[in-house]
Design a protein around this ligand. Structure first.
Ligand code: COA
Length: 117
């Protein structure tokens, strides 16, 4: 997402980035279709509230539909009330029954070595 500082809008060299959406595809065996996974979404604080976040997610929704995805998914921290409100505004549902599961550091290395006990 970029804000034009001078016309013409199509001149990329004169645009300043104001946000980003980083995504990749995973796969839902339940749906038998790919999932667009949103890894990171960020709009500069001074640019928030002007539709940039919605525009980024709309662009991703178009990619998801075009790519035959059954869904888009991302994680939001439970204390991040502004982002939760933003997600709900877009029609996204919070799936609180799913627990983000992470294996890292020593436990990860132990499992890789085959000596997790
Ligand atoms: C979350 C974030 C991307 C929203 O971007 P944004 O450009 O401010 O969002 P938009 O202006 O496109 O808002 C879209 C809708 O969400 C609503 N919304 C956005 N921020 C909101 C907030 N803090 N509280 C309530 N509603 C909010 C807007 O009112 C708008 O609804 P409307 O069109 O009915 O008026 C931005 O606040 C951000 O970068 N936050 C920090 C990073 C972060 O938390 N990322 C995780 C995102 S899941």
């Amino acid at each position: 997402m970029q804000r034009s500082t001078r016309p013409p809008l199509s001149d990329q060299a004169r645009c300043t980035p104001i946000g980003l959406a980083l995504y990749y595809f995973t796969y839902s065996t339940f749906l038998g279709r790919p999932t667009l996974y949103l890894e990171d979404l960020f709009v500069l604080p001074a640019e928030r509230g002007n539709g940039a976040g919605r525009a980024l997610l709309r662009a991703l929704a178009k990619i998801a539909v075009r790519s035959g995805c059954g869904r888009m998914e991302w994680a939001v921290l439970d204390w991040n009330t502004p982002s939760i409100r933003f997600c709900r505004k877009l029609g996204a549902k919070l799936r609180r029954e799913w627990i983000l599961t992470r294996l890292a550091g020593a436990p990860l290395r132990r499992l890789a070595r085959g000596r997790e006990r």
